[in-house]
Design a protein around this ligand. Structure first.
Ligand code: AMP
Ligand code: ZN
Length: 140
C-alpha cells in the first residue's frame, strides 16, 4: 500500500471516513466535499490507480456496489437520480490516484448537467467511426 495514499489509509482503518458499507474487495464512504448530500465514493481495498489496474474480480465487485448503492442513496437523501462515474486518470480530473467511483445524487432542477457536459461539443472526428472502432478493438 502506498503510504501516502489517503484511500489506502481509509481502507486500512488508519484514516477516518463516513463509511456506508464494505465487503471483501470494496469500501463505500461519503465524499468529504460532497457535490450534493449523499455523494458517495466506492473504492477497491487494494490499491489500483486506474480502472485498468484492477483485477477483473475487483472490477466486478466495484460495479456491483455501485449498482446496489445508487438506489439506496437516492432513497436516503430523497433524490430523483444519480450520476455515476469515474475520473480515470489525471487528465480527466482524477485527483486521488486510487480508483473511486462517484455516486452523486441528482434532483430535477438541481442546476447540474449530464456526463455529456464534461467537454464542449466537438466537431465530428475526421476519422471514420468504423476505423476508430476497429482500432480500439484490435487493442483488446
Ligand atoms: P477525483 O477528482 O475523482 O479524484 O475525486 C476525489 C474525491 O475524493 C473528491 O471528491 C474529494 O472530495 C474526495 N476526497 C478526498 N479525500 C477524501 C477523504 N479523506 N475522505 C473522503 N473523500 C475524500
Ligand atoms: Zn491507494
Amino acid at each position: 500500500m502506498p503510504e501516502s495514499c489517503i484511500f489506502c489509509r481509509i481502507a486500512a482503518g488508519e484514516a477516518t471516513a463516513a463509511k456506508i458499507t464494505e465487503d471483501e474487495q470494496t469500501i463505500a464512504f461519503l465524499d468529504a466535499n460532497p457535490l450534493s448530500p449523499g455523494h458517495t465514493l466506492v473504492i477497491p481495498r487494494t490499491h489500483a490507480t486506474r480502472l485498468e489496474d484492477m483485477d477483473p474480480e475487483t472490477g466486478r465487485a466495484i460495479l456491483d456496489q455501485l449498482r446496489v448503492l445508487a438506489p439506496a442513496i437516492e432513497d436516503a437523501v430523497d433524490a430523483d437520480a444519480t450520476t455515476v462515474g469515474f475520473n480515470n486518470g489525471r487528465a480527466a480530473g482524477q485527483e486521488v490516484p486510487h480508483v473511486h467511483g462517484h455516486i452523486i445524487p441528482r434532483s430535477r432542477g438541481d442546476g447540474g448537467g449530464p456526463i455529456h457536459a464534461v467537454l464542449p461539443r466537438q466537431s465530428p472526428p475526421e476519422e471514420e467511426p468504423e476505423d476508430i472502432a476497429a482500432s480500439i478493438a484490435t487493442r483488446l
